[in-house]
Structures are given as C-alpha cells and as structure tokens.
Design a protein around this ligand. Structure first.
Ligand code: NAD
Ligand code: UDP
Length: 308
C-alpha cells in the first residue's frame, strides 16, 4: 500500500515508518520538523519506497494513498504550550485536511488521539466510555481540546460522509528517539541521571502515569488500522501504574551516579492519575503490552547513553 504518515519524523512516527517499511509499503512521511528530527528517519532517506515531505498539516495536501496515519502534533507539554494557538490549529486543521483527503481518495484514516482527552480523570482506570474532566481554558487546553475536537471531526466525517476512520487514545509512551530536550518525564529523568544532574520531580511526585514501550504501542497501531471490528476509540497503553517518585528511583537505580531527587513546582492542571483500561484493545485487537517498565527503561537508557 501507499501510506501517508503525518508527523512521521517524530518519536512515534519514525518507529511507525520503520514498521511500515519493513512490511514492504510505500511510505510518505509528512512533517514540518517542529519537534521531529531528520536523524530519526535518516536511515530511511534515499530508500526508493520512502519519501520525506517537508510540509505543515495546517496547509492542504493531496496524495494518492490507501492509508493515512495522522500523528502530526507536538506531544510534550513544553512544546505544545510554546505556541498554543498553533497547537490547536495543528490538531483541528490537520484533522480536517487528513479527513478531506481520505474522503477524496477513499483512504482509511487513523487519528493519534490521547489519554489527555480524559483530562484529570475522576474515573480510574479510564475506559473509552468515560467522557473526561478537561479544563477548557487552562495551559493544557490547546492540546487536550484540540485533540478532543479532532476526535469529533473524525466521528462526524465517519457518520456524515462514510469516511473509514480509526481512533486510538495513546497513553504515555517512551523509548528510543524521544527528543532529549522535549521535557517529558522519562527523557528528562534519564538525561538528568546520565549527566549527573538533579532529577526534577514536579510536586511531591505522588501523581501517577502508566508508561508503554514504543514497540508495543506501534504494534497496537497496526492492529487497529488493519482490523474492521471497530473504528475506536481504543485505548493503547500499559496498565502498569507508577508514581513519578517510583519512576525517578527506577531510573536512578539503573543509571547509578550521583544525581539527587529535587522537587519543583507542579505545573497547573497536571493530572493526578492515569491508567488505561485496555479491555477493548484485548477484545478487538488481541493486544496487550509485552515490555515491562524495567526492561523498557533499560533499553531507553542505552539509547540516550549513545546520544549524550
Ligand atoms: P513528537 O513531538 O516526537 O512528534 C510529533 C511530530 O509531528 C514531529 O515530527 C513534529 O515535527 C510533527 N509536527 C508537529 N506539528 C506539525 C505540523 N503542524 N505539521 C506537520 N508536522 C508537525 O511526539 P510523539 O510522541 O511522536 O507524538 C506523536 C503523536 O502521538 C502526536 O499526535 C501526539 O499527540 C500523540 N501522542 C503521543 C503520546 C506519547 O506519549 N508519546 C501520548 C499521547 C498522544
Ligand atoms: N514530570 C516530572 N518531572 C519532569 C517532567 C515531568 O515530575 O522533569 C511529571 C509531570 O508533572 C507529570 C508527569 O511527570 O505529572 C508526566 O509528565 P509528561 O510531561 O511526561 O506527560 P503528561 O503530563 O502529558 O502525561
């Protein structure tokens, strides 16, 4: 197939491009390189089945394709808050442009949504049926509400125009090719530990997240895209739930060195807890994560050791 991956030079997108190339597809990687890096896809550049298109999803695009994976959007809080209006535009206009293209060329289109649609969840763990608890006017809203609106557009194009959609809600994912400067907790802690700097735990560190290794996540993407039992939304994430203090201690234990844990102010609207209910992923995709946090963190540390 010919497959378009928006955001394909980013952390998740580059791993998805790798898997699609391994499967023998033609891959068009569309990216404006805001948070993505050419180095993530360097090994694919020049391959006859791979093309990098430097373009912004806000502006319309046309390609004859069979599948569209829409991943273009900065994902780390410092990056999506850097230009919040642009972040909302990227989610909303990017969704409209992908859906318009899918409608025109009869492609199946996949939206990378997020556990952020659940906001600071009052239901725990979070099933897809939970409508969420999102502040519409806070610092995180440009991302959360942009992604919620994108889901709305996907379902309206599906109901109104019969567009063949798939929607995944991704929970925190980590692994090689995370940007060392992007401010997310796993990359921050590992880079700080490797440099012998203090480990910055925001707040008292009792807030929780559930961390999925990138290879598991991409397997879930492919299974969701190529099955026909559900259009989603389907949660993909690892149900193992850890406090940020536990994560800091795990990283410190593995890297060794002289870093100390220090506490910094908790950002506004930081969700208290997050854990995916993956009943639907198990049922429809026969999917569940296979890489435990301890093992995945080890692989990620090795990657960053080679980077810095
Ligand atoms: P990332 O920042 O590494 O990748 C995003 C990619 O999109 C980058 O290559 C960036 O340059 C590109 N991009 C951003 N704005 C663009 C625009 N306007 N036009 C074209 N390209 C643009 O982040 P990631 O972790 O790989 O996330 C990929 C997708 O998955 C995002 O949509 C994100 O919201 C979603 N997601 C990720 C996680 C996670 O834990 N990694 C969790 C939930 C959702
Ligand atoms: N966090 C932290 N130290 C850091 C970066 C993040 O304690 O250096 C915390 C952050 O406050 C949040 C959790 O780690 O509670 C996950 O943050 P991240 O930005 O990775 O993802 P998100 O909040 O979007 O889930």
């Amino acid at each position: 197939m010919r497959i378009l991956v928006t955001g394909g030079a980013g952390f998740l997108g580059s791993h998805l491009c790798d898997r699609l190339m391994d499967q023998g597809h033609d891959v068009l990687c569309l990216d404006n390189l805001f948070t993505g890096r050419k180095s993530n896809i360097e090994h694919l550049l020049g391959h006859p089945r791979f093309e990098l298109i430097r373009h912004d999803v806000i502006d319309p695009f046309k390609f004859e394709v069979d599948r569209i994976y829409n991943l273009a959007c900065p994902a780390s809080p410092p990056h999506y808050q850097y230009n919040p209006i642009k972040t909302t535009k990227t989610s909303v206009m990017g969704a409209i442009n992908c859906l318009g293209l899918a409608k025109r060329v009869h492609a199946r289109v996949f939206q990378a949504s997020t556990s952020e649609v659940y906001g600071d969840p009052a239901v725990h763990p979070q099933p897809e049926s939970y409508w969420g608890n999102v502040n519409p006017i806070g610092r995180r809203s440009c991302y959360d509400e942009g992604k919620r609106c994108a889901e709305t557009l996907f379902f309206d194009y599906h109901r109104e125009n019969g567009v063949d959609i798939r929607v995944v809600r991704i929970f925190n994912t980590y692994g090689p090719r995370m940007n060392p400067d992007d401010g997310r907790v796993v990359s921050n802690f590992i880079v700080q530990a490797l440099r012998g700097e203090d480990i910055t735990v925001y707040g008292d560190g009792s807030q929780t997240r559930s961390f999925c290794y990138v290879d598991d996540l991409v397997e879930g993407f492919l299974r969701l895209m190529e099955q026909t039992a559900t259009v989603g939304p389907v949660n993909i994430g690892n149900p193992g739930e850890f406090t940020m203090l536990e994560l800091a201690e795990l990283v410190l234990g593995k890297v060794g060195g002289r870093s100390k844990i220090v506490h910094r102010e908790l950002p506004a609207d930081d969700p208290r807890q997050r854990q995916p209910d993956i009943t639907l992923a198990r049922k429809y995709l026969d999917w569940e994560p296979t890489v435990p946090l301890d093992e995945g963190i080890g692989k990620t540390i090795e990657y960053f050791r080679g980077q810095i």
